[in-house]
Design a binder for this molecule. Sequence first.
Ligand SMILES: *[C@@H]1O[C@H](CO)[C@@H](O)[C@H](O)[C@H]1NC(C)=O
Ligand SMILES: *[C@@H]1O[C@H](CO)[C@@H](O)[C@H](O)[C@H]1NC(C)=O
Ligand SMILES: *[C@@H]1O[C@H](CO)[C@@H](O)[C@H](O)[C@H]1NC(C)=O
Ligand SMILES: *[C@@H]1O[C@H](CO)[C@@H](O)[C@H](O)[C@H]1NC(C)=O
Ligand SMILES: *[C@@H]1O[C@H](CO)[C@@H](O)[C@H](O)[C@H]1NC(C)=O
Ligand SMILES: *[C@@H]1O[C@H](CO)[C@@H](O)[C@H](O)[C@H]1NC(C)=O
Ligand SMILES: *[C@@H]1O[C@H](CO)[C@@H](O)[C@H](O)[C@H]1NC(C)=O
Ligand SMILES: *[C@@H]1O[C@H](CO)[C@@H](O)[C@H](O)[C@H]1NC(C)=O
Ligand SMILES: *[C@@H]1O[C@H](CO)[C@@H](O)[C@H](O)[C@H]1NC(C)=O
Ligand SMILES: *[C@@H]1O[C@H](CO)[C@@H](O)[C@H](O)[C@H]1NC(C)=O
Ligand SMILES: *[C@@H]1O[C@H](CO)[C@@H](O)[C@H](O)[C@H]1NC(C)=O
Ligand SMILES: *[C@@H]1O[C@H](CO)[C@@H](O)[C@H](O)[C@H]1NC(C)=O
Length: 789
Amino acid sequence: MNTLWLPLLLSSVIWAEEQYFPQSPNATWDEARLYCQSCFKELTTITSRNIHLIVNNLSVDYWVGLRKSYNGSFPWAAWSNGDPVTYQNWYPGHPVPNKEKKLIPICSSTTQSPLTTPMSTPMSTLKQTTTVASAPMTSTISQNFTSNDTCPILADMLLCLNMTCYDLESAMSVCMGTPPVTHNTTTYSPTPETTTFSTTFTATTHGTTTDSTTASNCIFEPEPDPEQYIEDACVVLLSFGMWKEENCNKSLPFVCYDERFFGQIYVSDVNTSAANVSWTEGPGAENISHYRVEITKGKNQTFNLTFYQTFNQTDLFEHIQDLTAGTLYTVQVFPVKCGRDLNPQNISFYTKPSDVQNLTVVKIEKDFAILSWTEPEGNYHFYSIHVKCKSNDSFADKDQKCQSENCTIVNLIPGYEYEFTVKAVVNETIGGVPSNISDYTKPSTVMNLQQSKEKYSTFINASWDAPEGGHSGYRYCLKKVDHKFKCDNCNIITNSSITVSDSNSTANYNITDCTEQKARTIFIDVGNKSDGTEFCLCVAALTKNGNLSGDPVAIPAYTSPKKVILNLSPDYQSMNASWEIQGKYERFNVSIITDAYAYNKSADTKELNYIFTDLKAGVYYTVSVVTVTGDLTSDAATCSDYTRPAKPDWVKSTVHKTTIELSWGAPNSSGDAVINYNVKYNTTFWNTSTEINTNKTKLSIPNLRPGTRYDFNVSVVAGNLSSDPATNYTHTDPEKRKLVLIMLCSSEKAFHCNKTETRNDLFEKLNNAFTDRFHDWVHWNLRWADRRP
Ligand SMILES: *[C@@H]1O[C@H](CO)[C@@H](O)[C@H](O)[C@H]1NC(C)=O
Ligand SMILES: *[C@@H]1O[C@H](CO)[C@@H](O)[C@H](O)[C@H]1NC(C)=O
Ligand SMILES: *[C@@H]1O[C@H](CO)[C@@H](O)[C@H](O)[C@H]1NC(C)=O
Ligand SMILES: *[C@@H]1O[C@H](CO)[C@@H](O)[C@H](O)[C@H]1NC(C)=O
Ligand SMILES: *[C@@H]1O[C@H](CO)[C@@H](O)[C@H](O)[C@H]1NC(C)=O
Ligand SMILES: *[C@@H]1O[C@H](CO)[C@@H](O)[C@H](O)[C@H]1NC(C)=O
Ligand SMILES: *[C@@H]1O[C@H](CO)[C@@H](O)[C@H](O)[C@H]1NC(C)=O
Ligand SMILES: *[C@@H]1O[C@H](CO)[C@@H](O)[C@H](O)[C@H]1NC(C)=O
Ligand SMILES: *[C@@H]1O[C@H](CO)[C@@H](O)[C@H](O)[C@H]1NC(C)=O
Ligand SMILES: *[C@@H]1O[C@H](CO)[C@@H](O)[C@H](O)[C@H]1NC(C)=O
Ligand SMILES: *[C@@H]1O[C@H](CO)[C@@H](O)[C@H](O)[C@H]1NC(C)=O
Ligand SMILES: *[C@@H]1O[C@H](CO)[C@@H](O)[C@H](O)[C@H]1NC(C)=O
């Protein structure tokens, strides 16, 4: 797409505003023009636009800037300022045309006075002026009227008028407008020949026709008088607005015009007490005698600083001094030309307000600051405070408006350095000389201050989180306090002195020994003898390189009491706990617990031992001892052991073939506690032995050898100890086999073998031998077998 670029010719069209100045001293047209040119712009031109303005307040006739010809130019073609003549308002019959020296007599046979008509002024009535057109009498003053040859009729006229030619010429010069002659009627009064003129002037003055009063014998000739042609003619503006030409040498008032002057004025280098004002040169600078500078202070009150100060035209500036700070000044510069003030150039400005005095920070806290100062010299409307965080660029600067001399700045961030710049302001935006002051906001409190979960008996270990806002480090103070002291408050007395107080207690502690550091944890060795001791710990954040402290936070902190060295000596139904300790203690809290049955017990003692009674035999117990000092407790020292085991109450067995069901009763002293048993069974015959551990009170033992005696020992086991066993035995059912022994008897005595006694004796001996060998360890039975076929 093509774009057509049209060059634009910008021309500023300035419609000058014209002003009109009627001038009362009489002058010839040339003099008048010269004067207008030097003190104004020109003799006025007249257009349809300005005619009513000019005529409005005219009382007499005035020269205006139109001349028939300037050095032979085309007649009536241009105004004196060069403008073309676009408007004309001639009185009827004017300008009187030039009849080119034709001296054609128009005298009729009668005598008349043709010279009266040129004397007519525009004030004459229309009746008189109707004759003008038919009176082409022209000015022929240069003619020699004395020649009868040239103008015989003139001679007749002179005769008729009873005038000499000299008289005529003299009268004609009156017509030509030579001032001293023109209006001096008395000049002609003494002369009888001038009677006619005298009366004519009278008539002129009053604006009435005087035909009837003419004493001449030509009065019967009413021929109209021709207007006189004026060669060097200039336009005179009649008071009612019409034009007539006049001889340029005539002295008349005149009207000048000027264009209203619009200049530029500038003010620069404004400070609290001075300013430079400069302006553009006025028009027609050579005629400007000086510039008058008028300075007004404030809105209405006038203040003569350099009232009517004048200085020479080459100086287009003024250095104004001794002004009041923060005040509105209006400067008017009038170019003075021919004693006339041209349109002034105006400018207003405020001097800068001066600086506020004795700016101080009255109070500065975590998030606000109160500033105070005294009023500046001079005037101001309000104050503006610029707040800049010097420690941290990421916070935007702020501005605050204040009406009075002390002002609270809010929404500050704790622990940072701020610069406050105070300026007095006028007219909303014009700030004066700044005064500034810097200070630090108090740091905020540290957060989450707490002692570590794990307690030490000779160290305090604590940590905290950084405070909101800025900080350069921390100060902590640690003080040993009484038990029950709550450590509610820390109060700063001086940089290194703090009091700690408890809301419920009248006591408070001074801490004069504090430490500064950058880290957020502490691990303080409080000494070997400090177990079970309570402390107050106060921590405050610091800023201003450690010179400004925030509010401290207090917590109680303590070392734990030391643990005891515990020793247990168990019995069947009691346990003796005894211990040693190498630190401070107030009392001990002892407790016992077991899993074997629902039981626990605790007690306090100040002794170094404790006997737990009513325990159950063979049970595993855990004993704890906690050292207590005030509210503080140590970690528990624990020790576990079994009470001594007691013998089971009874043992019973039932046999089912080769399976034995064994059951036993818990010892009375063990009650229903779950305890451990050791079951041991053996066979003497087979020489086997088996052990089973259980915490039940019965046992089924299968797959035993048949026909064998089993011996059972059941004992309670407690750790390494075992109780005495409860015993029992039983036989499993036998699987019988027959074994036949044939005994051969030979004896010296006949029939001895057949004797019953012998047989019984043998059986006795055999039985004894088997019994010695097997006892009841295994099933056997011996008897006589029947040997009959
Ligand atoms: C100027 O001339 C007029 C008549 O044309 C006359 O009335 C007036 O008094 C004169 N003023 C001065 C100051 O001579
Ligand atoms: C006019 O007349 C006088 C005598 O009356 C004479 O001296 C003079 O030369 C004449 N002038 C002319 C131009 O004729
Ligand atoms: C002009 O005429 C008059 C009378 O007609 C006469 O008295 C006079 O002498 C003449 N003058 C000349 C110069 O001819
Ligand atoms: C003309 O004027 C002379 C004196 O200048 C006088 O004596 C004479 O009477 C006058 N003639 C007439 C007709 O007025
Ligand atoms: C008229 O002229 C006479 C003598 O020339 C003089 O005394 C008188 O003051 C004049 N009057 C005026 C109004 O100029
Ligand atoms: C200044 O004075 C004018 C007229 O006396 C008054 O109308 C205007 O209110 C005044 N302004 C101030 C600002 O006092
Ligand atoms: C200012 O100066 C003018 C004339 O110079 C004087 O009339 C006026 O009293 C002065 N005003 C003050 C307030 O001085
Ligand atoms: C300026 O010059 C004029 C004469 O040209 C003199 O009258 C006037 O006193 C001068 N003004 C100053 C302020 O010098
Ligand atoms: C005062 O402030 C207004 C609004 O900002 C401005 O237009 C005016 O020029 C100022 N006045 C001065 C003397 O600076
Ligand atoms: C400002 O402080 C100075 C001393 O620093 C004191 O002399 C002066 O009086 C104070 N000014 C005010 C207005 O308080
Ligand atoms: C401001 O300061 C003045 C004097 O120093 C005091 O009278 C006034 O109470 C203060 N105002 C505030 C709001 O602090
Ligand atoms: C303060 O003492 C009162 C009564 O003596 C008690 O009720 C309250 O709990 C105590 N407060 C603290 C913080 O110890």
